[in-house]
Design a protein around this ligand. Structure first.
Ligand SMILES: NC(=O)c1ccc[n+]([C@@H]2O[C@H](COP(=O)([O-])OP(=O)(O)OC[C@H]3O[C@@H](n4cnc5c(N)ncnc54)[C@H](O)[C@@H]3O)[C@@H](O)[C@H]2O)c1
Length: 324
């Protein structure tokens, strides 16, 4: 029957797939999706504890030779236990036979591919000369978003950081400032300060059913691009209504989530990331537009990233072969 390659979280981290490569892989995957060459049904979830989820995320991309599933958990109570908020596994299968070829930790993949998707949106929707990045929520996603956005927006000069936990903002600077000595980091004491002067806004706080939205009408300056990683939880409806162009990663999945009570404040979406990449709908059209990505996360991102990791891991001799 053969074997599969098991890659622990440490193995996946050792592969250290460069962010540039993840963004490229996602661009190809979203183009496939726009051309009807990808299959990724809306993710079903179970909820063993309040405000916690486990999602099953299958996808197939025949053009990329990628097929498999991510089984991912989000437990907002975990950081207090010294555990990651997001955890889980990816299973990759052989598209020819369906047999499993690899099982790997998905924590690193989720952290990086989510930010890569925002960066891909920024490539098409942000102003080329964007200078100031404002981040609300300085955890894992806050950090990977800086890494990914810097790849597509080398013009960035300044990062404004807001977190309800000043310690999280402090740790952000401690970890990221040495990696980006060319950037000026500034911790601010309100979400308003992180948003109102920023060209790029990332909200990466918590996804809660009973959210208390923070960002209000008039805060986002003309020409800004925003990525709401935490669904619409950080945004009032009036602030979202001010955005000129709102895209998502998959309208079918968004509708599925809406039908179960999520996104009560999101007024509309104007298209999908794949349609922007393929040119089916225009990206940014002028310097004044306020543009926005509201992505739920798609399994096509996980599968192409996991496959690239598997290929590198094999070359590097990493992982443990397990019999099937
Ligand atoms: N859309 C996607 O594909 C996707 C993928 C992964 C994670 N997420 C979401 O991204 C968010 C962040 O995930 P993470 O892994 O970075 O979590 P994390 O726990 O590492 O970081 C979250 C940070 O937000 C801070 N925070 C909480 N409430 C806040 C508030 N009101 N204002 C400012 N800061 C606040 C916390 O103190 C923490 O530092 C979560 O909502 C998660 O569900 C989305």
């Amino acid at each position: 029957m053969g074997s599969l390659l098991y890659l622990s979280r440490g193995d996946v981290e050792k592969v250290a797939l460069p962010m540039e490569e993840i963004i490229r892989a996602l661009e190809a995957a979203f183009l496939d999706k726009a051309r009807g060459l990808a299959e990724a049904p809306p993710k079903p979830g179970v909820h063993p504890r309040r405000e916690c989820f486990l999602h099953a995320m299958p996808a197939s991309l025949p053009q990329r030779g990628a097929v498999g599933i991510k089984w991912v958990a989000g437990y907002p109570t975990n950081p207090k236990r010294g555990l990651p908020y997001i955890s889980g596994l990816v299973i990759l299968n052989d598209p020819e036979t369906g047999l499993p070829i690899s099982v790997m930790d998905c924590t690193w993949i989720t952290a990086k591919r989510t930010a890569a998707a925002s960066a891909l949106a920024a490539k098409f929707l942000a102003r080329r000369n964007a200078r100031v990045l404002g981040i609300c929520g300085c955890g894992v996603q806050g950090k990977t978003h800086l890494e990914a956005l810097k790849v597509v927006l080398p013009s960035l000069e300044e990062v404004l950081l807001y977190d309800v936990s000043p310690e999280a903002a402090r740790l952000f600077v401690e970890e990221m400032a040495p990696r980006y000595p060319e950037l000026k980091f500034q911790k601010v004491s309100s979400a308003y300060e992180a948003v109102c002067e920023s060209d790029i806004i990332v909200t990466a706080a918590l996804i809660l059913r009973e959210a208390e939205p923070v960002i209000r009408k008039g805060w986002v300056r003309p020409g800004a691009f925003a990525s709401a990683v935490d669904f619409d939880c950080y945004w009032t409806r009036e602030a979202l209504e001010e955005m000129d162009l709102i895209i998502t990663d998959d309208e079918e999945q968004l509708s599925y989530y809406r039908s179960s009570g999520y996104f009560p404040r999101l007024p509309r979406v104007d298209g999908e990331l794949g349609e922007i990449i393929s040119g089916a709908i225009p990206g940014r059209e002028d310097e004044k537009q306020r543009t926005m990505a509201v992505f739920l996360g798609l399994a096509i991102e996980d599968m192409v990233t996991a496959l690239a990791i598997l290929e590198r891991a094999r070359r590097m001799g990493l992982g443990t072969e397990l019999p099937l």
